[in-house]
Each structure stands twice: as C-alpha cells, then as structure tokens.
Design a protein around this ligand. Structure first.
Ligand code: ADP
Ligand code: MG
Length: 234
C-alpha cells in the first residue's frame, strides 16, 4: 500500500479542552489509485490531508508512505520524505507571481539538486501532460483559474512523488473547468502511478474516484465503491 493511514486521531486545543479533528481514521491508497474524501466543511478533510502530508503529527496512529513509517521520523527526516515522495496541491494555487509556468516547476525541482537540463525537460513534459505547452512562458496573471490550477498540479508532480494529495482543486472553478481538472487528476494518477487523495465537498464528479470516503465530525462514516454514478449517464 503506497499510502496507509492507520487509526489516526488528531486533536487541537480548544478553550479548556480539545477538539477532535480526526477520530480513529484509516485510509489505504495503492499506487495508481484515486480515493476521494467528501464531507461538509469542518468535517476534518484538510486535517486528514495535513496528516497524510506529514505536515501535522497526529496524537496517535501511524502514517506509512511507500513503506516508510512517517510518524516515526524526526522533523528533518519527514521534511525530506515530503520533498521526495509527496506532492501537495492546495485549494488556491499559490504560484509565484513573477515566474512563468515553466519556471514555477523548475524552481521546485532545483531544490532537489538536479541538473538544469534534466529539470527543464521534465518541466516541459509535465506542462505538456497538463495541456499547457503553449502557455509555458506565461505568468500567473496571464493564465485562467483552471490553467493556474493545472500548473499547480504539474508542479506537485515535478519530483515524481509516490503520493499526491489534493485539497478542493475545483472550488474556484466553474463546473466544466472543474470536471476537466478532475479528469486530468484521474489520468495523471494512472499514468504516474501515484496514490492520490482528492478532497472535495463537491459530489458532482466523484466518478473519477476508485473509492469514496465520507467524513462527518472527524470520522469516516461510509465507504462507497465504486463511486456514485450520474443519473444522467454522462
Ligand atoms: P474541512 O477541511 O473538512 O473543512 P478541517 O480539517 O479544516 O475540516 O477542520 C476540522 C475541524 O478542526 C474543524 O472544527 C476546524 O475548526 C478544526 N481545525 C482545523 N484546523 C485547526 C487548527 N489549526 N487549530 C484548531 N482547530 C482547527
Ligand atoms: Mg478543508
């Protein structure tokens, strides 16, 4: 299992007590698998991604990424694991305003100390994979919202992560552009063999998922597999 979350509990300080953001949550995602996590605002979806991303250490439970128990690592070690093995796509594409689409990808890879030529070729290949070859020299303000989100996704893949974590990628997009971004995630997950977790509050496009997990009050309450089918049959 490329991504394994085992019996995760996470609490935050809340006045005199603690708020339970994740209540004994488990998740298993194989390479090439796409799991959607749905649930209302405040149900713990982003907390789940933050734990899977090793950005937040849970109170209890284990996170295992590509065979490495992330929850047993030091902060420095988990930062290294994150850079090497985890791609993260946040809700808002936090692109650097002064950089072109190609450069957004290149700066992330330079951090890994690769050869510039190798990095440029890989960045080009990824921009092509998200259908943005023609926009590679544009800066964020010259791109549409959907295009920016696609740069964001390509950037998350530059270091060939085993795990791809995506938080509400369609929230700023209209229906059609949102659908295109989710189809893209589906294809990239299969082609690049990532274990992908897609958080969304939008039930519209869940057919892209292999498995759907529903969260309520920090707990997973239902498992639908395969994903709900559209009554319109599209
Ligand atoms: P979702 O992404 O489903 O909207 P979150 O994971 O963001 O849910 O939040 C789950 C719960 O944890 C909410 O009640 C939220 O207010 C609380 N929460 C989230 N982050 C923090 C934090 N850093 N400190 C305290 N409480 C938090
Ligand atoms: Mg959230």
């Amino acid at each position: 299992m490329t991504l394994l979350l085992d019996d995760i509990t996470l609490t935050y300080p809340d006045g005199d007590g603690r708020l339970t953001a994740l209540d004994r949550v488990g998740l298993r995602v194989p390479a090439g698998g796409l799991t959607a996590v749905v649930g209302p605002s405040g149900s713990g979806k982003s907390s789940l991604l933050a734990v899977a991303a090793t950005l937040v250490t849970p109170d209890s439970g284990r996170v295992v990424i590509d065979g490495t128990e992330a929850t047993a690592l030091t902060r420095t070690e988990s930062a290294e694991l994150r850079r090497r093995a985890i791609g993260i796509v946040f809700q808002q594409p936090n692109l650097l305003p002064s950089l072109t689409a190609l450069e957004q990808l290149q700066v992330m890879a330079h951090l890994e100390g690769r050869k510039p030529r190798e990095v440029r070729d890989r960045a080009r290949e990824l921009l092509d994979a998200v259908d943005l070859s023609a926009q590679s020299h544009r800066r964020p303000h010259q791109l549409s919202g959907g295009q920016r989100q696609r740069v964001n996704i390509a950037r998350a893949l530059i270091n060939e992560p085993r795990v791809l974590l995506v938080d509400e990628p369609t929230s700023a997009l209209d229906h059609e552009r949102g659908a295109a971004v989710l189809d893209l995630l589906r294809n990239l997950t299969q082609e690049r063999r990532t274990a992908t977790v897609l958080v969304t509050h939008d039930r519209d496009h869940l057919t892209v998922a292999d498995e759907v997990q529903e969260m309520r009050d920090g707990a997973i309450v239902a498992i639908d597999a395969p994903a709900v089918s559209s009554p319109c049959g599209d």
